[in-house]
Design a protein around this ligand. Structure first.
Ligand code: SAM
Length: 256
């Protein structure tokens, strides 16, 4: 089952580098996704106030639970389905060496924890991490880049070579750090509508904004003109501000 669940365990040298970056304090609670055999979990539990770790592999979860580590709560289950906010108090920090096969849906879920979780440090496939950290308006950016840029300060403070893990993965890895903002960077009156617009705009990356959005929004052309946004542009050229303005304008134009 191992590789199927994205089980590549971080070696001790990598754990130390990562812990130094995270800098856990005794008064902080951590939510860890995918603790595996506890490479990060155990030293984290020694230094932090409390660690709550969600692990899908029942065998690994049971092994970790059996160790009876002080200040550690192991929650067996799927991090994509578990009510994560209910497990930890507000002000919690989120960490994990994520299973790469589900990293995108996990990253999307973490966004819903903003306001509850202060920051996120997660190990990802480097290519994915780079994409999410690419600022909107840049070539590599995508749906998650726009959503994260709206709600967080994002950067990539650390890279890890394949040899930092066992078994050795095929890809390079990087840590994505996201520090949630108290308020979104731009005025977003309806988060759901904003996200639907961003997703629709990126439906076919090679198509223009107008071609991607035309069927979903009445009055698209007028609104693009009013906002001075060329319909022939591609979604990746729009800033978060552009998306927020367009979302507001299109909502106003929608029949109720
Ligand atoms: N944190 C450990 C380490 O660094 O050595 C393990 C990291 S390994 C890349 C990913 C872990 O996530 C595995 O233990 C795997 O079983 C677990 N996992 C996979 N899918 C999961 C899910 N949907 N929810 C929670 N844990 C999951």
């Amino acid at each position: 089952m191992g590789r199927r669940l994205g089980q590549h365990f971080l070696r001790p040298a990598g754990v130390e580098r990562l812990l130094k970056l995270i800098d856990p304090r005794p008064d902080q609670t951590f939510l860890e996704i995918g603790p595996g055999r506890g490479a990060l979990t155990l030293p984290l539990a020694e230094r932090a106030g409390r660690v709550v770790a969600v692990e899908l592999d029942a065998r690994l979860a049971a092994e970790l639970q059996r160790r009876d580590v002080p200040r550690l709560t192991v929650v067996p289950g799927d991090a994509l389905k578990t009510d994560l906010a209910a497990l930890v108090p507000s002000g919690t920090r989120l960490v994990g060496n994520l299973p790469y096969y589900v990293s995108s849906p996990l990253l999307r879920r973490f966004l819903d924890l903003r306001g509850h979780v202060t920051d996120v440090h997660v190990m990802l496939q480097e290519e994915v991490a780079r994409r999410v950290a690419s600022p909107p308006g840049s070539r590599q950016c995508g749906i998650l880049s726009v959503l994260y840029a709206a709600w967080a300060d994002v950067d990539l403070p650390m890279r890890f070579p394949p040899a930092a893990f066992t078994p050795v993965p095929k890809v390079h890895s990087a840590v994505l750090r996201a520090r949630f903002l108290a308020r979104p960077r731009v005025e977003i009156d309806d988060m759901e509508a904003f996200e639907v617009l961003v997703r629709t705009a990126f439906t076919h990356r090679r198509r223009t904004l107008e071609n991607n959005l035309r069927d979903s929004y009445a009055n698209l052309k007028e609104n693009l003109r009013l906002l001075n946004i060329e319909g022939s542009r591609r979604a990746e050229t729009l800033s978060v501000v552009d998306f927020a303005r367009l979302s507001r304008a299109l909502r106003r134009a929608m029949p109720t």
